[in-house]
Write a new protein. Structure first.
Length: 127
């Protein structure tokens, strides 16, 4: 099945790196990009992605606050927060918001595991 993934990061270079990893893992999946939370909301409303990969540090809303907001908007939307900050508090807050956590630099293996879990969750829900 083809899934849609939204990549949200204020750094174009970081988005390009995630797109490359995603393309290697799932070349048939559709990818969309946004530079901040406001752009992401527009993309979510227009494209209805299945999964969101979200940077922790962004202008405006940080990734943790935005992840929690996305979960309130749509409990079926799978979200992963991406950060180089690997402090237990940040990881715990990501999980508390309903999001997975990916540490930078992202590896094929780590991204693949998170995406596999997202797919399993979506299939279990029957979507």
């Amino acid at each position: 099945m083809t899934y849609k993934v939204l990549i949200v990061d204020d750094s174009k270079l970081a988005r390009m790196a995630v797109v490359k990893l995603l393309s290697n893992l799932h070349p048939d999946w559709r990818r969309f990009e946004a530079g901040n939370a406001d752009e992401a909301i527009k993309q979510i409303d227009e494209e209805r992605p299945d999964f969101v990969l979200l940077d922790f540090n962004m202008p405006g809303k940080d990734g943790l606050a935005f992840a929690a907001e996305l979960q309130q908007r749509d409990a079926h939307l799978s979200v992963a927060v991406i950060s180089a900050n690997r402090q237990v508090e940040v990881i715990d807050r990501a999980h508390a918001s309903g999001a997975a956590f990916l540490s930078k630099p992202i590896t094929d293996k780590a991204l693949g595991e998170v995406l596999d879990e997202f797919v399993r969750k979506r299939q279990a829900a029957g979507s």
